[in-house]
Design a protein. Structure first.
Length: 255
């Protein structure tokens, strides 16, 4: 799918980290980008930077997602690109000091990372199916989820996070098959260790130690490298129904 000034894009979690990098790159390629996030201050600033719009959105609430998408479409028309980056990564063991994992925390992680991605993707896909076919393949849209290497090698303390990202990875192929006859593609990126705000908050020596675990290149990933892959997925119509690891060949150790 060619990205042009007529391309409307949705990026959840676009106020920071991987989502912000993706919003920047899509806007730089010419797309009109709507950022959906809970952080109003950062989201407003990000939208101003890229010349897009910000809509405060709780992706766990279907009605809130519907309202946000309606607002985005009122401004830019129906989206052809939807990137789900909203997520959280709290750490908690299954049993810690004799206590079971907080069930409410587990449900919150699943709610944001997995259910939130589903809410956004399913509602976006429903609108995309009415888009006019575009290009030689007659595409109507593309959805990109954010999984994680934790879906495959979750570490100690990542039970909830790994479960949520494993769910995202497992959702991609059936969703792509569901939408194949409607000319809407579905992919996911599974990033390894990237220089996101959470990692940047660590002392530099800790960041360096984490980066050194990556076989090659032995460093933290740059969020723009994630964004570059997202752009390529949009532009390469043969990419459908898969999860791409973007991780420098790392396989996460237990801790």
């Amino acid at each position: 799918m060619k990205i042009s000034a007529d391309s409307a894009a949705i990026v959840s979690g676009g106020a920071s980290g991987l989502g912000l990098a993706t919003a920047r790159r899509l806007a730089g390629a010419g797309a009109r980008v709507a950022i959906l996030d809970l952080n109003e201050e950062a989201g407003t600033a990000a939208a101003a930077e890229i010349g897009g719009i910000f809509i405060a959105t709780d992706v766990t609430q279907p009605d809130a997602v519907a309202d946000a998408l309606d607002s985005a479409r009122a401004a830019y028309g129906t989206e052809r690109i939807c990137v789900a980056c909203a997520g959280i990564a709290p750490a908690a063991k299954t049993v810690s000091r004799g206590n079971a994992h907080d069930a409410a925390l587990f449900a919150r992680v699943i709610g944001i990372n997995l259910v939130g991605s589903f809410n956004l993707a399913s509602q976006s896909a429903a609108a995309m199916t009415a888009n006019a076919p575009e290009g030689s393949d007659g595409e109507r849209g593309v959805i990109i989820h954010t999984a994680s290497v934790a879906a495959y090698d979750g570490q100690i303390g990542q039970t909830a996070y790994a479960a949520s990202k494993g769910g995202v990875a497992g959702m991609v192929l059936p969703m792509a098959r569901d939408l194949a006859d409607k000319a809407v593609r579905v992919m996911a990126i599974a990033p390894g260790v990237f220089k996101t705000p959470m990692v940047e908050a660590f002392p530099q020596e800790v960041q360096d130690a984490i980066g050194a675990q990556v076989p090659f290149p032995s460093r933290l990933g740059d969020p723009d490298e994630f964004a570059a892959l997202a752009q390529h997925i949009v532009e390469n119509s043969m990419l459908n129904g898969g999860v791409i690891r973007l991780d420098g060949a790392i396989r996460m150790p237990p801790r």
